[in-house]
Design a protein around this ligand. Structure first.
Ligand SMILES: *[C@@H]1O[C@H](CO)[C@@H](O)[C@H](O)[C@H]1NC(C)=O
Ligand SMILES: *[C@@H]1O[C@H](CO)[C@@H](O)[C@H](O)[C@H]1NC(C)=O
Ligand SMILES: *[C@@H]1O[C@H](CO)[C@@H](O)[C@H](O)[C@H]1NC(C)=O
Ligand SMILES: *[C@@H]1O[C@H](CO)[C@@H](O)[C@H](O)[C@H]1NC(C)=O
Ligand SMILES: *[C@@H]1O[C@H](CO)[C@@H](O)[C@H](O)[C@H]1NC(C)=O
Ligand SMILES: *[C@@H]1O[C@H](CO)[C@@H](O)[C@H](O)[C@H]1NC(C)=O
Length: 639
């Protein structure tokens, strides 16, 4: 597609220069050569002019040396047109403007416009321009075109800058070629052949061809530019570039054709199409005016592993569409938890408010407190163990040190979030001091107590970033009250079938129901299971009955009462049915609750102390557990 151009407003050095350039361009909007007698300013319009006068096209008389002197004298500017001046020869010590006028030899590059087309100040040499148009010509927008294509009458730069006085002022055309008003050299015979060969149409100027202007026929050239596209101000909260690439264009710039792509500031976006076009002053908008798409506040929608966001369709259409990374104000998002691993009891819609903020951000919780019934069953030494039945259990190890070059299992813990484990304070308390986190490591999804057991294929391990103990925890000297520890993992666990958090019931009604005597809580552990027996090589899970505190005092030795501090509950058997022992401390005691038809386990206690028996371990006793609910504030700091 070839465009035929009549007028091209080039890029000007200053706004004053630009407006002069624009005036000069009116050579092509020549209207009527009819003589008039209307008085116009200081010029008299007469049918006849004096001997030393020259008659403008509109009849105004000016001094005869005013014609083609670079300075516009006629109100209709007809004394300084290309058509009139193009054949002028200038004295050797004069400067010839590109359109033909002769001006003082000092005119070029003296920072004063002396040619009506500004060519004296638009010469390449005036702007210390290092670019030489040897192989390529660089458009004002920095795109490059082949050097043979600039100043040839055809627009090649998208911004038209290859066919302007600025580009072509220096041009000297070989005698047989026709020089356009702005300097380009086009074929011999281009003048008045009924075809625009110059980008500005100056070869077909009515004055040059001595005819009343008619619409110019479209030829084999690029379509005509009958108007210009003046770029509108940048949109509020945004800017624009041209569509093709990131060309710099600025408001007020005048181009023959342009494609503007609006881009908005952070937090803003365009509803609908962000691109508008203009050709020949004709904008692609409904109104035909340069009205840019608005930048409106957008809400950023960050993906979250736990949830899938659906954006509700507006208008007639029912249903939803995938959401974009940011969505305009008013968008309603329907969150859907990524089941089966995440859920939320209270799933509510999200709405992007007019300030670009969501009214709420919904994420789902990892499904907590669910046993893994499909866990594979192993039989070891005649005892069965179900892999993963308690997927929140974590084994805590003391890392190899001087007296022991193996990872030593010391305690248990419960996963409450992918990087937070709750355990007992006394596991990390030696000689009245907390131990350094660097001394320990944790592992989950383990069936075997050995740190590196080859059959523990699903095990996940982590170092500890930190250990936090409640301020009130002072070990034996404070009777093991506040016997809790929060472990922050270096490497978060990845949830899967055998790795899941236990529920914490602080804020929900479930998980806080009053425990009744005999309610069974689940505890897992590798600890000793029989008097003086070896540590269990495999993870055991036992159900222990809740024992109300009065009974707990009664069935434990009197001296043990001091260990039953205000933040303890008791559970277990005192007839030898099951016992927890060394290595089980810190493990979670979780009770099931019905949560909307789903059975979930809520962490209620953490294995703390038990009365001493005759051996290292006493299966004939109940156990105390630190009550999670009483330490809500402490725990919540880490969630
Ligand atoms: C040109 O002059 C003629 C004769 O006076 C007039 O009828 C016509 O309207 C004028 N055209 C323009 C464009 O001014
Ligand atoms: C012209 O440009 C060159 C290189 O960019 C620079 O060193 C020189 O000072 C400039 N001269 C003027 C007169 O601006
Ligand atoms: C603008 O474009 C429309 C549709 O192509 C056309 O009808 C109209 O003549 C154009 N206007 C100008 C001023 O070019
Ligand atoms: C849910 O967890 C299982 C393993 O328990 C995993 O295989 C699956 O990809 C997860 N599903 C989603 C949707 O993340
Ligand atoms: C221990 O007590 C529980 C409940 O009190 C009972 O079910 C169980 O049979 C007893 N076990 C032994 C070995 O007595
Ligand atoms: C309190 O618990 C600790 C830890 O289990 C134990 O060593 C201590 O003997 C208990 N105190 C009494 C008086 O039994």
């Amino acid at each position: 597609m070839v465009v035929l151009a009549i007028v091209l407003i080039g890029f000007a050095m200053s706004s004053a220069v630009e407006s002069a350039d624009r005036n000069f361009a009116s050579v092509s909007t020549w209207r009527n050569s009819t003589e008039a007698t209307v008085s116009h300013g200081r010029f008299k319009r007469q049918l006849q002019c004096g001997l030393y006068e020259w008659r403008c096209a509109d009849g105004t008389c000016i001094a005869s040396d005013g014609e083609c002197d670079g300075k516009i004298d006629c109100p209709d500017k007809s004394d300084e047109t290309h058509a009139r001046c193009r054949s002028k020869k200038c004295q050797s010590n004069w400067f010839r403007c590109t359109y033909g006028a002769c001006v003082d030899g000092n005119a070029p590059c003296n920072n004063r416009v002396e040619c009506a087309d500004q060519s004296d100040e638009l010469l390449t040499r005036c702007r210390n321009d290092s670019r030489l148009y040897k192989d390529t010509f660089r458009c004002l927008d920095e795109n490059e075109i082949s050097a043979e294509y600039f100043c040839d009458g055809i627009l090649d730069c998208l911004d038209g800058s290859d066919e302007t006085v600025r580009a072509c002022a220096d041009k000297i055309c070989p005698g047989h070629l026709f020089q356009c008003a702005y300097g380009a050299c086009v074929d011999q015979g281009a003048d008045c052949n009924g075809r625009n060969d110059c980008a500005d149409g100056s070869d077909e100027a009515p004055e040059l061809c001595n005819r009343i202007p008619t619409t110019v026929e479209i030829t084999n050239r690029r379509p005509a530019i009958s108007g210009q596209c003046e770029l509108p101000p940048y949109p509020e909260h945004g800017t624009y570039t041209t569509g093709l690439n990131t060309r710099r264009v600025t408001p007020g710039q005048v181009l023959p054709y342009v494609k503007l792509k609006v881009s908005c500031d952070e937090g803003y976006g365009v509803v609908g199409d962000s691109v508008i076009f203009c050709q020949d002053g004709n904008w692609s908008t409904k109104s035909g005016q340069p009205i840019l798409p608005k930048c409106t506040p957008f809400c950023r929608l960050d993906p979250h592993i736990s949830v899938h966001y659906h954006c509700q369709l507006t208008g007639q259409l029912k249903g939803s569409r995938p959401c974009n990374p940011s969505e305009p104000a008013g968008t309603v998002v329907v969150p859907e938890c990524n089941r089966p691993n995440y859920s939320l009891r209270d799933l509510r819609y999200m709405r992007c408010k007019s300030n670009g903020q969501w009214n709420r951000i919904v994420t789902c919780h990892p499904v907590c407190g669910r046993l893994t019934p499909a866990g594979e069953t192993l039989i070891i030494n005649g005892k069965t163990a179900k892999r993963g039945e308690v997927p929140w259990h974590v084994a805590i190890y003391r890392k190899p040190h001087r007296s022991n070059n193996l990872h030593e299992l010391i305690c248990g813990g419960s996963i409450v979030s992918n990087n937070v484990v709750i355990s007992a304070g006394h596991c990390f308390w030696v000689s009245k001091r907390p131990q350094a986190a660097s001394m320990f490591a944790v592992a989950t999804a383990k069936l075997f107590s050995d740190w590196d057991h080859p059959d523990d294929k699903d095990a996940q391990k982590s170092e500890l970033k930190s250990i936090a103990l409640p301020d009130h925890f002072k070990g034996a000297s404070a009777n093991f009250q506040s016997d809790l520890a929060i472990l922050i993992l270096e490497t978060p666990f990845e949830y899967h079938t055998y790795v899941r958090p236990v529920c914490l019931g602080f804020r929900s009604d479930v998980g806080n129901l009053r425990l009744q005597r005999g309610d069974l809580g689940k505890v897992a552990g590798f600890g000793l299971t029989a008097e003086n027996g070896p540590g269990s090589p495999v993870l055991k899970v036992v159900d222990l009955p809740y024992v109300p505190v009065n009974e707990c005092y009664r069935i434990t030795p009197e001296t043990f009462a001091e260990n039953i501090t205000g933040d303890k509950i008791c559970a277990g058997y005192n007839n030898g049915t099951a016992a927890l022992c060394k290595g089980d401390s810190g493990g979670g005691l979780a009770f099931s609750e019905d949560d909307l038809g789903v059975t979930r386990y809520y962490l209620r206690g953490v294995v703390s102390t038990a009365p001493k028996g005759p051996g290292t371990c006493n299966p004939y006793t109940v156990i105390t557990f630190t009550l999670i609910r009483q330490h809500e504030d402490f725990i919540n700091q880490f969630l």
